[in-house]
Structure formats: structure tokens, C-alpha cells
Design a protein around this ligand. Structure first.
Ligand code: ZN
Length: 389
């Protein structure tokens, strides 16, 4: 072992035992997946790859073959075809159980508002992962559920508040996907009742199914969510940065929500910017200067593969160690939960161990920082003790 990497190696061994809280993820698909279905779930786009190419010919595909193949009794870097065949031979339930337990998580905070009928819910995820799960409720899904009940335009605001109250009864957090519904370049103030009723009327005259994209109703939902979040001590998760092609990337820069974040600080509501890439430095800045702002680099940490180390290094370079969290944002395939946690442990060991080896940090401090980002900050931010499933 080269002498200048002593702490890196020591920390890598120790952090292998770190069981992070995955503070934002979804459920897995319970059905067996053929090659195309599997590939499609390892890419944020909606389309299959061009003929003659594969979504797995990517950093995340390489990482799946490196880190997940051995968990299915295969050699690292086995051909994708062999990998998918082995998946089918083992069966989805066995694959999900092996991979999710191999992620070695101490808790999963599961967002239930996206394609809920295609994936398993929080209780099944707890069984598969061998760890407690908690729920985060998506505000826009709540709005669309209300929209489907045909309330009057003037009754929409109250109907939304009542339904949110019920849907979030056991939730540990709320989430908005404003990023997917036009982006962050919005008026940050709460709309008045008249404007909400007028916008609701317009929305209800639109053909079904009613997808919420009206900026007034989106703002209303976020502010109504903030009221509930304040009353119940819940943080508000905000999708920022990259995602599927419904996003216009440059409109998802968290910097655009600076005024909104400041207003929520006044209310005492914490916000967590999720994913953030490639705007994780803007998120880190906001987390540094605003007391109520937190962030993660979830999902990107999975998809960047070996370069996730560089992403983590940038995420940790400025913000207080108390303001960053770990998430995978995994959805659909269990590989993504393992990869998120694996890259997180390995990346932190390299970065913090490097600090120790350079004389900038002690081993004890490095351990403490890793624990804060992996476990401690999520435990402090979310009311987990009240809502264990
Ligand atoms: Zn998500």
C-alpha cells in the first residue's frame, strides 16, 4: 500500500459498514424485465436507444456490470445479455431482495407520487431492503387527484388542502416537481384566492387527464404544502437539476428559487434540493448561506459511475457538512439503489481519506463527516421516529 493512501484505505474499509439513509427514492418493479425493459429503466430518457446501440454502453451500465454482476453470482463486467438472462433466471423477487439488501441501508424515504401502479409501495420496499421505510408525498400528484374529482373552481383550494392533509397524514416530507412543470422561473409569492379559483376554472375546462402545469396552481400547491410542512415539522423536497426530458435543464437551477427559499426560511420551513446536477455548486452555495436549505446529489451519483467521485468532491467542497444528504433517487430497478450507496461509500472514502492523508483532516473528523452526510442529517431533518413503518 503506498504510504500516502493509508487513510483512504482505512476509511474505505470502515465506510463499507456505513448504512446510509436513502432520503429520496422510489419503489422497484416487481415483474421480470426483458433486455429492453431493463435498459429503459437505466436511462432517464423516454426512448429506446438508437438501433445498434445500448443504454448500458454508458457509465451507469458499466457500473452495473462491475458492481451488481457479482451480487447475482456473475463475474464483474459480464456481457449485458448474460446479465439480463441471469436476472430473469433468478426472478425479479430474488433479484430485488439480493440487490436491495446489498445496498445496506438503514432507512428508505420513499416518494410515492410517480407511476405508483408500476412499482411496489413502501411496505414491500421495507421487506426487500430489510430496513424501515417512510413516505414522502408529491404535491402535484395530490393536486391531480383533486382535479380528477371535479370540484368547483372556487372550491379547489380548500379541496386541495383537505386532501393533502389526509394524504400526508403519515408522511415525513413533501415534494414538488415544479422543475418538470415549467421550471423555476416563476413568481415566488403565494397567489391569492381569486387567482387560484380562476386558474382552477381554466384547468377544469381542459380535457382529461388533467396534468397540472398551470403556474398559479403549482405555486398555490407549494405554498399550501409549506403551510402544512410548517405545522407538522416536515421538510419540502424540491427536484432540481437533471431528470427526464420533461425538463428544460437550465430552468431547474436552484438559484432561480433563491427568493422562495428565503420566504420559506421566514416560515421556518426547510427545503431540500434533490439531485441538483449540474447545479450542485449553486445548491451548495444556497445551503451555505440560507439556514433552511439542504441538498443532495442523488441520482447523478448513480449515473455518473466512476466519475461520481468528482461530483461528490464538488458537492462537499463548500457547504457545511450538516447540510448535505445522501439519496439514490432509484426507481424501478434494484441495481440503482446498490450503485448509489456503493458510489457514496467509495467516493467519500477517497475524498475524506485524501484529506486525512494530506494532513487537512483527522480520521475521527472524516468518520464524523461521513456519518453526518449519510445518516445524521437525514435523522435530524425528517421526523422519522414518529413514522416508522
Ligand atoms: Zn425521485
Amino acid at each position: 500500500m503506498p504510504t500516502d493512501r493509508v487513510a483512504v484505505e482505512a476509511l474505505a474499509e470502515e465506510l463499507d459498514g456505513l448504512r446510509p439513509i436513502d432520503h429520496h427514492c422510489h419503489g422497484v418493479v416487481s415483474a421480470d424485465l426483458d433486455r429492453m425493459a431493463f435498459e429503459d429503466l437505466t436511462n432517464e430518457g423516454f426512448e429506446s436507444p438508437p438501433p445498434g446501440t445500448s443504454h448500458l454502453d454508458s457509465p451507469v451500465g458499466l457500473a452495473i456490470r462491475r458492481w451488481c454482476a457479482p451480487l447475482l453470482d456473475l463475474e464483474p463486467f459480464v456481457e449485458p445479455e448474460v446479465y439480463v438472462e441471469r436476472r430473469v433466471a433468478l426472478g425479479a423477487d430474488e433479484v430485488n431482495r439480493r440487490l436491495l439488501s446489498a445496498a445496506r441501508l438503514s432507512g428508505l424515504i420513499v416518494e410515492t407520487g410517480y407511476r405508483a401502479s408500476d412499482i411496489v409501495g413502501p411496505s414491500a420496499m421495507a421487506q426487500l431492503a430489510g430496513a424501515p421505510t417512510f413516505e414522502v408525498v408529491r404535491l402535484e400528484t395530490v393536486a391531480e387527484e383533486v382535479g380528477a374529482t371535479d370540484p368547483s373552481a372556487s372550491g379547489y383550494a380548500d379541496a386541495f388542502r383537505e386532501h393533502l392533509h389526509v394524504r400526508a397524514a403519515s408522511a415525513v416530507g413533501l415534494k414538488t416537481i415544479l422543475a418538470y412543470r415549467g421550471g423555476f422561473d416563476i413568481d415566488p409569492s403565494p397567489p391569492d384566492d381569486g387567482a387560484v379559483a380562476e386558474a382552477a376554472g381554466r384547468w377544469f375546462r381542459a380535457p382529461e387527464p388533467r396534468r397540472l402545469a398551470d403556474p398559479v396552481l403549482l405555486r398555490f400547491g407549494i405554498w399550501a404544502g409549506a403551510d402544512l410542512a410548517r405545522d407538522r415539522g416536515l421538510p419540502l423536497q424540491i427536484h432540481a437539476g437533471w431528470g427526464d426530458p420533461d425538463i428544460t435543464l437550465h430552468l431547474t437551477n436552484p438559484s432561480l428559487l433563491t427568493d422562495l427559499a428565503k420566504s420559506f426560511a421566514g416560515l421556518g420551513v426547510d427545503v431540500v434540493f434533490l439531485h441538483c446536477y449540474p447545479y450542485h455548486r449553486e445548491a451548495a452555495y444556497l445551503a451555505t448561506v440560507l439556514p433552511n436549505v439542504y441538498f443532495d446529489v442523488g441520482e447523478a451519483i448513480t449515473y455518473l459511475g466512476t466519475r461520481s467521485r468528482g461530483l461528490l468532491a464538488e458537492a462537499i467542497e463548500l457547504a457545511p457538512f450538516t447540510k448535505q444528504l445522501y439519496s439514490s433517487d432509484a426507481f424501478g430497478v434494484a441495481e440503482l439503489y446498490v450503485l448509489g450507496a456503493t458510489h457514496f461509500r467509495r467516493g467519500l472514502a477517497r475524498i475524506l481519506g485524501g484529506w486525512v492523508d494530506a494532513g487537512d483532516c483527522s480520521l475521527d473528523e472524516a468518520r464524523r463527516i461521513a456519518h453526518l452526510i449519510g445518516v445524521g442529517n437525514a435523522s435530524r431533518l425528517y421526523p422519522l421516529e414518529r413514522r416508522d413503518r
